[in-house]
Structures are given as structure tokens and as C-alpha cells.
Ligand binder design. Structure first.
Ligand SMILES: [Ca+2]
Length: 511
């Protein structure tokens, strides 16, 4: 029967002989589809799946030269999607290698959930520059940070789960290898600007030890509390002299723009963990001289979101000015959900910030990737992204060598280019909250505070066995085993994933 026949197409690709050909070069391309039956492509009579390139391949023997084709997998994809994706790959020209390794700029806002951004459906917050980056690049709908700063920052910088390397709030263990070191060793110039807060306790980390050639940082040894007006900033070993007219976000952005200009002729990596939009919720340089008082907090927060967007836009403008946009991959995300003191409109509801909670509102982060000419406009991915994926992705983009340690991340760079890649089936989260109520629902070990879970786009299973639908945003309706077969299958998948992770945190210093 046709439906049970396996698809087999054979093409011999013959490269055009080079001008000074010494020998004929022949390449053989062998594509094995996963679960793609012969009734899926159009050339086997299917009227639903559009596969003109596979069809064309079936008609010819000089199929052209194809290289760089990875195996295609993804059991959750439909037959139609697989067929279309395979077809798109055949149509895609082999990208030419860039003249030099790409630059990477990673920008991470402080405390703003995905629903604070226009491109994620907000009409209340104004983020035109980020929305434009999403529209002309890639946007991921299922990126998850940790619920608060430190675990997110440690994870994004090291590519490792907190169960392997989280120690305590405000600390990055000095023995960990960061993406700064990885990029420095790869020969990129490196800089960091914004918020540090990783130097608490013994054997903690400072910027130079994490591979950054230069830095401009708040919450760094020698600085005091102010991050916004009259900010306290350590810049390459010297405390900046600032006045009450100086606004921290401007200074960090200026510093990185200068870094870009200085290094425009060589590969660079810049990490910008913004101080925006964490409290205190103060007016920005662009705020109207409106009355403060009632509603000032939310009004200011909205202005701060808009200002964070403006800072991103200034970085983009600097890249444009130096002709670096197509050589530079710009990644934007945020470290955790919106502050709990804020309530803001989103679509038809009022949402309260859920920072520090393990819920979707605490961990669902924006993720936008831009690189004109490489990242196709309008790319929207439903694949899962975990913060541990950032380091392998940066390595993939630049060709840098990953450190020889146990990593939990995997590259999402193929998905940025609208290719299938190897979609994650789950992400794992380990969380040791300093905010006690966050552990109330599912805290287990180390005096009831450890919270661990695995999730995919649809379900979330805590280590204590409680299962929720991800759309149950406030996790009020646990799903009992046996309630329905879809949930049971998800439970089995997620439990299997949980079982692959260590039972105990390797470096936790509980206080
Ligand atoms: Ca934060």
C-alpha cells in the first residue's frame, strides 16, 4: 500500500568543477526522513502537503550541490510540517561563510515578563524598537528564565542548571566558566555593562575573572545603592563621578556604544544585563513632568520599559552607523518576571507581577534575536528555550569552543534561521528561593525550600509529583494521574526528564 511505503528519493549531486579542477568532485547527499511516509510529499500524490522542491528532486538526477544538511527530527511535528521543512531546506541556498566570526550582543532586562512587550501582545507598554527587531528577526514564544536574578544570571552565563552550580543569592562561583571566558578565548573582544550582583560571599566572581576585557557595572564592589539617578558605577576599576543629572541606563548604553565603535574592525561580544526595569520605579529622562503620587509607580514603570526599549534602539543605531548589523547577532531577553508590586493591563485582564514565583508569570521571558540577512524576518518559534541554551547558542553563532564541563544547554541558533534544529522536549528548573512564599506550594529539600520542575509548552511537573497545564497560569488546578491520557503522557515524559537530573544541588550553600 502506498500509505505504508517509505519514501526514497536518490539524487546524485555533482559539483561544478572548479576553474583549475584537478579532479572531478562528487558529493552524495543522503536524507532520511523521520516518520515521513511516501504519501506525504506531493510527488506521491498528496494534495495537502506542499513540497515542490522534493517533487522537483524526484524529477531530476542533477540535483545540485547540497551541503550542511543536518538530520531532521522532531516527533511532535506533524507529517505536513516535516515535509514542508525538508522542502524548505532543499530550497535554501548554502549560506556563505561570514568573512569574520560574528559579533554577539546579549541584552537582558531586569524584571520584566514577556507580557510587558508589544511584540508579545501588550498594548499598554510601548516597545517599538524591540517590536521592530522581532518583526524583522526572530521571536521565541516559549523562553523561560529563572524566577529571580541570581539563578538566571548564573545559568545564562554558564550554560548549566542551578542544580549543578547555584550557590547562594548574589553569587557566581569563581570556579564556573562563563560565556565571557569562552568568547575571550575565541578571540573576541569582550565587554559587560549594567548590573553585576554576583560577588557575594567567598570564592565569588568579578568581571575580569569571567572573561570580560572591560566593564561598566553597578552593584559591583565599591558601588553603592543608586542605579538610576546619580548612579554609583564602577568603570574599569574606577568609580565614576556622577551627578544627579546623570541617568545610569544612559551611561551603560554609552559605554557599550563606545565599545562597539572601538572594536568595529574585530569580532566582539558584549553582554548588557540592564539595570532597567527593576524597582525603584522612578521617572526617566523622557518622563513627562507629570504629577507623582497616585499611579506614579505604574506610570514610571511604563516609562522605564519604554526607556529600556530606547537603549536597545541606540545600540541598534550604533551597529547601523558602523555597518555592523549583518555581522552582529543581537539577542534580547529578561532575567525574570515583573515586580510583584505592579499590576498592569494585558489584553482583557489585569496582571500582577509574579517575580520570584515559579509560575509562568515569574519565569516566562521575552526572547528576540536579530541579524538581518541571516535571521529571516517574521520568524516565530514555538520551541522551548531555557537560559542554559544561551551559551551553546553563542558558541554556535561564533564558532567558539564550549568549555569542557557538564552543560545543560543546547543551541537554538538553527531555529533563529527558521530551521528545525533539535527542538527541546523539556526544560528543567532548579530554584532555591530567598523569597519564602515562593517555596510554599512545592518546596522540598533543604528545609522545604528547594523547588524543582520540568515543563514543556503545555504541561509542568514539579518534583513533588504535582502536574499543571501551563495555561493554568496561577497553578490552581493540579491534574491528577489518570485524569486524561494526554496529561498522563506528558507526566510520563516529564518524569523521565526529571529522573535524568541530579537529586541534590551540588554547590548550594543554604543559609
Ligand atoms: Ca531580576
Amino acid at each position: 500500500m502506498l500509505a505504508s511505503c517509505l519514501l526514497l528519493l536518490v539524487g546524485v549531486a555533482v559539483a561544478a568543477p572548479p576553474a583549475s579542477a584537478q579532479a572531478r568532485v562528487e558529493n552524495v547527499l543522503f536524507i532520511i526522513s523521520d516518520d515521513l511516509r511516501a504519501n506525504a510529499p506531493g510527488c506521491y500524490g498528496n494534495k495537502v502537503c506542499k513540497t515542490p522542491n522534493i517533487d522537483a528532486l524526484a524529477q531530476r538526477t542533477d540535483a545540485g550541490q547540497f551541503t550542511n544538511l543536518a538530520g531532521i527530527s522532531g516527533h511532535r511535528a506533524t507529517k505536513e510540517r516535516l515535509a514542508a521543512a525538508m522542502d524548505a531546506r532543499l530550497a535554501k541556498p548554502v549560506p556563505s561563510a561570514p568573512q569574520r566570526p560574528r559579533n554577539v550582543i546579549l541584552i537582558m532586562a531586569d524584571d520584566s515578563a514577556a507580557d510587558n512587550y508589544g511584540c508579545y501582545g501588550s498594548t499598554f507598554f510601548k516597545t517599538p524598537r524591540l517590536d521592530a527587531l522581532a518583526k524583522t528577526g526572530a521571536r521565541f514564544r516559549h523562553c523561560y528564565s529563572s524566577a529571580v536574578c541570581t539563578p538566571s544570571r548564573v545559568k545564562i552565563m554558564t550554560g548549566r542548571s542551578g542544580i549543578r552550580n547555584y550557590t547562594m543569592f548574589g553569587k557566581l562561583d569563581k570556579d564556573e566558566i562563563t560565556f565571557g571566558t569562552m568568547m575571550q578565548q575565541a578571540g573576541h573582544r569582550t565587554a559587560i555593562a549594567g548590573k553585576w550582583q554576583l560577588h557575594a560571599g567567598k570564592n565569588s566572581s568579578l568581571a575580569p575573572g569571567c572573561g570580560f576585557d572591560s566593564y561598566c557595572l553597578w552593584h559591583y564592589p565599591g558601588t553603592t545603592r543608586a542605579r538610576y539617578w546619580n548612579p554609583s558605577i564602577m568603570r574599569d576599576g574606577k568609580l565614576l563621578e556622577t551627578t544627579k543629572e546623570d541617568y545610569g541606563p544612559d551611561l551603560f548604553t554609552d559605554y557599550l556604544i563606545e565599545f562597539i565603535k572601538k572594536n568595529k574592525d574585530q569580532p566582539f561580544f558584549a553582554y548588557y544585563p540592564m539595570v532597567l526595569v527593576h524597582d525603584p520605579f522612578l521617572r526617566t529622562p523622557d518622563s513627562a513632568p507629570a504629577e507623582q503620587g497616585r499611579n506614579a509607580k505604574l506610570r514610571n514603570y511604563r516609562d522605564m520599559m519604554n526607556y529600556a526599549d530606547k537603549c536597545v534602539g541606540r545600540i541598534v543605531d550604533a551597529l547601523d552607523e558602523h555597518g555592523l548589523r549583518e555581522d552582529t547577532v543581537l539577542i534580547f531577553t529578561a532575567d525574570n518576571g515583573t515586580g510583584r508590586g505592579l499590576t498592569y493591563p494585558y489584553r482583557n485582564e489585569q496582571r500582577k507581577g509574579e517575580k520570584a514565583y515559579a509560575t509562568d508569570g515569574g519565569t516566562h521571558a521575552p526572547l528576540i534575536v536579530s541579524c538581518p540577512g541571516t535571521v529571516p524576518p517574521g520568524t516565530v518559534s514555538d520551541d522551548l528555550v531555557d537560559f542554559s541554551d544561551m551559551m551553546p547558542t553563542i558558541a554556535d553563532i561564533t564558532g567558539a569552543k564550549l568549555p569542557d564541563v557538564e552543560l545543560d544547554g543546547q543551541s537554538f541558533w538553527p531555529q533563529c534561521r527558521n530551521e528545525l534544529g533539535e527542538p527541546r522536549q523539556w526544560i528543567y528548573q532548579y530554584y532555591f528561593p530567598k523569597f519564602g512564599p515562593a517555596a510554599k506550594a512545592h518546596g522540598q529539600g533543604v528545609r522545604g525550600r528547594e523547588v524543582a520542575w520540568v515543563q514543556n509548552q503545555h504541561y509542568k511537573l514539579y518534583r513533588d509529583g504535582t502536574l499543571y497545564a501551563v495555561k493554568d497560569r496561577h497553578e490552581t488546578q493540579p491534574i491528577a494521574p489518570g485524569a486524561n491520557s494526554t496529561a498522563d503522557a506528558a507526566r510520563a515524559l516529564l518524569q523521565g526528564a526529571l529522573d535524568t537530573m541530579p537529586a541534590k544541588a551540588a554547590k548550594l550553600r543554604a543559609r
